[in-house]
Design a protein around this ligand. Structure first.
Ligand code: SIN
Ligand code: FE2
Length: 207
């Protein structure tokens, strides 16, 4: 296991198979209400290879004209995102050292050909909250570096049930998905990989 930047926390095998199956059921219900769609890169409008949806009061979206942003409605069907399943709120409560609930869960679906370029998660206003990532289904080769794009990166395999947390000094670390390993998990009957990322978006009002 390569050394990771401070604040990048890797919890292999965090979820049991039964917990992973329950999470997949939750996500099936989310996708039934808020279908996966193909996001576009800002400016070029180039389609991303990952399909996306969200749950929670806010969702992360991107398209040619509007760029990266959070919004309360699904960009295709126009409806509010479905509520965050209880189980996801509980995961945040157990792992995030942060006193307010997450507002968005981005659901990424990777076919075996999909990947995600190196990027920072920086469209949120409150970087004191972590980003918590849950992997389900086929494994991937995950890459994570430091807080500058040119910094050295480490690659390692993320398997179904693994959790990665970008927190504190690691909150803005660059990360991406280089490849998916086909047929590496039996969790999703149709194959592919699901990644869930839980995010706090807004700065909570002072009590
Ligand atoms: C992301 O950065 O949004 C997804 C990371 C992953 O799929 O593991
Ligand atoms: Fe990300």
């Amino acid at each position: 296991m390569p050394a990771l930047a401070e604040g990048v926390i890797y919890r292999p095998g965090y979820f049991s198979r039964a917990e992973q199956e329950a999470l997949v059921e939750d996500i099936r219900a989310v996708v039934a209400a808020a279908p996966l769609y193909t996001p576009q890169m800002p400016r070029s409008g180039k389609p991303m290879s990952v399909r996306m949806t969200n749950c929670g009061p806010l969702g992360w979206v991107t398209d040619r004209d509007g760029g990266y942003r959070y919004q309360a409605a699904h960009p295709v069907i126009g409806a509010p995102w479905p509520p965050m399943p209880r189980r996801l709120l509980d995961i945040w409560g157990a792992l995030a050292d942060y006193p307010h609930p997450p507002e968005a869960c981005l659901v990424n679906f990777y076919t075996d050909q999909a990947k995600m370029g190196l990027h920072q998660d920086r469209d949120e206003k409150d970087f004191s909250a972590p980003v918590i990532s849950v992997s389900l289904g086929n494994s991937c080769l995950f890459r994570v570096g430091g807080t500058t794009r040119s910094g050295k990166t480490a690659s390692f395999r993320l398997d179904s049930g693994d959790v990665v947390m970008l927190s504190g000094p690691g909150r803005l670390c660059y990360h991406g998905v280089d490849r998916i390993y086909p047929q590496s998990s039996t969790l999703l009957k149709q194959g592919g990989r699901i990644n869930l990322t839980l995010r706090r978006v807004t700065i909570p009002a002072a009590a």
